[in-house]
Design a protein around this ligand. Structure first.
Ligand code: GLU
Length: 383
């Protein structure tokens, strides 16, 4: 199998998810520094070729357990109470972040820690904040290292496993490629550890019932995922127009090895990430208000620009920051839809003003754009 769609080199914005079993020694719970250093070398190489890289790393619980005197690993992990796991995560996360910082500092790369819950990726206000922070970190050249915020994430706001968290992050920031580094080189028609003639599947374009049946239940051990959560992640990635690849990351330099053609399974979506995001904005969100915009803004929007407060002549309806709004011209025709960076009240105060005046008008320095171009879709292309 070959071609650009199956190549890591094609990635522009890359999310790399690392399973606990790769990062933490199974017996001792210690961080495998040689492995991490080699991964950091891979990350530096990706960035050297112009790729943006984000890391979603598990391992906080596996590392923290040892620190707090729980058994380091193995099936006993499941036996810990929720609070014990949370305590272990809180302890291990410091070590994990520190280890990433040290390994990437060898390449003069700054690291930023981001802890998220499912609310942060789903709820639109939080989603926009997390998205903007991550975008800024990438712009500044830092590598975000992301994990679930295990301290506050219980039950209904838990993602539960980092496979899905990584896919949600990829969706949130419109990444084009998600790499799941795990302990198996991809998807098989059945569990190859149990079924001798299980066949490797190099490419998946749709999750069928057969594929789900082949994935089987989640195994016990330090990771929480197994193949089931990886398929869940693939579904999210498909919806987001993001390619996903599963590969065996246990050896050193797993990204370089993948780039050089290691066995793996690619999940290939039909759409591109930004197109998928725009479809979501255009199709599935119900606008709670409207921004009436002047002719200059209509023209700017049609050339792919953001909507600035200066172009807004009136604000209708009641909406909060992050809500979907309709963008209308002075004649009341719908031009597009988007996520507003300001709620009704603030939007009214800054409407018609230059972005440089936002701080004076609102008392805080908000975003320059009323609706950022990535959060905006044109629905009427000509007058
Ligand atoms: N947040 C957990 C940890 O860092 C990992 C969850 C997972 O492995 O999927 O230990």
């Amino acid at each position: 199998m070959s071609g650009r769609r199956h190549s890591l080199t094609e990635a522009r914005r890359l999310v790399v998810k690392i399973g606990s079993a790769l990062l933490a020694d199974d017996a001792t719970g210690e961080i495998r520094r040689d492995w991490l250093d080699a991964l950091a070398d891979d990350v530096a190489a990706c960035r050297g070729s112009g790729q943006e890289v984000l890391i979603v790393s598990s391992g906080a619980i596996a590392v923290g357990r040892r620190e707090l005197g729980f058994h380091a690993s193995g099936p006993r992990l499941k036996a810990l109470r929720l609070e014990e796991n949370q305590a272990a995560a809180a302890t291990g996360q410091i070590q994990l972040a520190h280890a990433f910082q040290e390994s990437l500092a060898r390449h003069d790369i700054a690291v930023a820690q981001i802890l998220l819950t499912s609310h942060d990726t789903e709820e639109r206000r939080r989603h926009l904040n997390a998205r903007a922070t991550i975008a800024e970190l990438l712009r500044l050249g830092a590598v975000p290292v992301i994990n679930e915020n295990d301290t506050v994430a219980t039950d209904e706001i838990r993602v539960g496993d980092n496979d899905r968290l990584a896919a949600r992050v990829a969706q949130m920031i419109s990444a084009d490629t998600l790499v799941l580094l795990t302990d198996i080189d991809g998807l098989y028609t059945a569990d190859p550890r149990k079924v001798a003639d299980a066949e490797h599947i190099p490419e998946v374009t749709r999750i069928t019932a057969d594929i789900e049946a082949g994935a089987g239940p989640a195994p016990a051990g330090v990771g929480t995922g197994g193949m089931v959560t990886k398929l869940e992640a693939a579904k999210i990635a498909y919806g987001a127009g993001c390619r996903m690849v599963i590969t065996d990351g246990r050896g050193l330099n797993p990204l370089a090895v993948l780039r050089d053609g290691a066995p793996c399974t690619w999940f290939l979506p039909q759409a591109e990430p930004l197109a998928a995001r725009k479809r979501w904005i255009a199709g599935s969100l119900r606008p709670s208000g409207s921004l009436i915009i002047d002719d200059g803004a209509v023209a700017a929007l049609r050339t792919g620009k953001s909507l600035l407060p200066a172009g807004v002549v009136a604000v209708e309806g009641l909406f909060e920051r992050g809500d979907a709004v309709t963008l209308k011209d002075r004649q009341g025709r719908e031009i597009g839809r988007g996520l507003s960076a300001y709620g009704t009240e603030d939007a009214r105060r800054i409407a018609g003003y230059k972005s440089g005046e936002i701080e004076r008008l609102l008392g805080y320095r908000g975003r320059d754009e009323m609706v950022h171009r990535d959060d905006l879709v044109i629905t009427l292309t000509e007058a």
